[in-house]
Design a protein around this ligand. Structure first.
Ligand code: DAH
Length: 443
């Protein structure tokens, strides 16, 4: 019996887990909104009504760039993975990292890049306009970071990570969103890089002629080369998972299918009482490497979905939260380091209300102490109603020899919508307490 595919992972794997059908890319009929052209990442693309299926809302998503936002958990996770890969994979001599990090690839890619270069069958469902966002017959929004493999290899990159936002037409729910984020890894080897410097009597080869394609290897690959590649690939990814899920993480490998790798695998990690698929990978099809001008090397690739990992690692229950601009969400990740362990605490569904308080400190009062005291005081009086406190302004007036502080207090209740009146009462009490305890002068 085929293994059921967990819903959460459909984002990453629906492309390949669904059998190919004969229906090819069929343009949809009358669309509501078809602008003449689309400008993205510094390039302009002329739209074709027959193919265009991008909504204004989707365009807005392309503008958010969550991976570049340091307060977003996806940014933290990206840095954590990159740091690990840089630390663990270094050039001989240990001076420089092996993997180049590419995070500014254009998000509109050609149909060749998104599908053909990756050997995706012509009649594959993922090519349909119901699955992929098209600008015209030739260009689409990348549906996976794999879309950059061919061109980066062709440009001469042997070892790289690609990180980025990818787009697929999908329903929206707790686990699915039309835009999500992936990290791709590619590593290519020459014979020496794979087997080490040749030793007399030990002559390992990458390729064989008239070879056979089996479950374990491609027809062009020598058996030893395929096995060493598979070992190195698995070792690299198990190591990465231990970094993310802890030294004792339980893992298992499952056979998979991707058009551009053979053999292909998925890695599952046991977490929170369940086996979770965390990534797909495999030995890159030699045909792909040949067409990208790297036919003398062999290599492996992997792809992982960042949301899926971040949801598990940080305990984020809904994929839509990554898009939240609510500071109640963002402040839980702001200023954190990639290595920190963070557990997300659900934010209230009720609106925030904020009020500022500014005052002059008494002469010679220590400014740093005042800050710690202020945070304590505000929390003591405001209790659960205070969601966040932030100092938003601080300056010294040399003429009067006085320092001013301004704090922004964000009030929010878990249980109900707060009224301005009741917040005023609390805010008033906080103000009084500042005066009573620290003799500050309200401005
Ligand atoms: N591109 C695949 C997807 O989006 C993920 C993937 C699988 C990437 C295997 C790879 C790979 O590089 O080797 O579903």
């Amino acid at each position: 019996m085929p293994r059921p595919i967990p819903r959460l992972f459909l984002n990453l794997y629906r492309f390949y887990s669904t059998p190919a059908t004969s229906a090819s890319t069929k343009p949809t009929s009358a669309q509501k909104w078809v602008p003449e052209k689309l400008e993205l990442d510094g390039k302009t693309y002329i739209s074709e009504e027959k193919y265009w299926n991008i909504s204004p809302n989707l365009i807005k998503l392309t503008e958010r760039r969550l991976l570049f936002d340091e307060a977003n958990p996806l940014n933290l996770l990206k840095r954590r993975i990159v740091n690990h890969m840089h630390k663990k994979h270094r050039k001989p001599g240990n001076r420089s990292p092996i993997f180049a990090v590419c995070e500014d690839q254009r998000r509109i890619v050609s149909v060749f890049e998104n599908f053909d270069s990756l050997l995706t069958p012509l009649d594959h469902v993922s090519r349909r306009t119901s699955d992929t966002y098209y600008v015209n017959r030739e260009y689409c929004l990348r549906a996976h970071t794999s879309a950059h493999q061919h061109s980066l290899i062709k440009q001469g990159f042997d070892n790289f990570l690609v990180v980025g936002d990818v787009y697929r037409r999908d329903e929206i729910d707790r686990n699915h969103f039309p835009c999500f984020h992936q990290m791709e890894g590619v590593r290519l080897y020459s014979a020496d890089e794979l087997f080490g410097t040749p030793q007399p009597g030990k002559d390992f080869k990458l390729f064989e002629t008239n070879g056979e394609r089996t479950k374990e290897k491609q027809e062009f690959h020598a058996f030893d080369a395929a096995k060493v590649l598979e070992l190195k690939l698995k070792e690299t990814l198990e190591d990465l998972c231990r970094e993310l899920f802890g030294e004792k993480a339980q893992m298992r490998w499952v056979d998979a299918y991707f058009p551009f790798t053979h053999p292909s695998f998925e890695l599952e990690v046991f977490f929170g009482e369940k086996w979770l698929e965390v990534l797909g990978c495999g030995v890159i099809e030699q045909k792909l490497l040949e067409s990208a001008g790297a036919g003398s090397k062999v290599g492996w690739a992997f792809g992982l979905g960042l949301e899926r990992l971040a949801m598990v690692l940080y305990g984020i229950p809904d994929i839509r939260l990554f898009w939240s601009t609510d500071t109640g969400f963002l402040h839980q990740f702001q200023g954190k380091q990639p290595g920190d362990s963070i557990q997300y605490v659900p934010i209230s569904v009720h609106p925030q209300l904020y009020m500022d308080i500014s005052f002059w400190l008494p002469e010679n009062h220590d400014s740093t102490h005042m800050k710690s005291d202020a945070y304590d005081l505000i929390r003591n009086i405001g209790g659960d109603l205070v969601e966040q406190v932030e100092i938003i302004d601080e300056f010294y007036n040399p003429k009067t020899n006085l320092t001013s502080h301004c704090y922004r207090i964000i009030y929010r209740s878990n249980e109900r919508v707060l009224t301005k009146e009741e917040v005023n009462v609390v805010h008033g009490k906080i103000t009084e307490e500042f005066i009573r305890l620290y003799n500050v002068k309200i401005r």
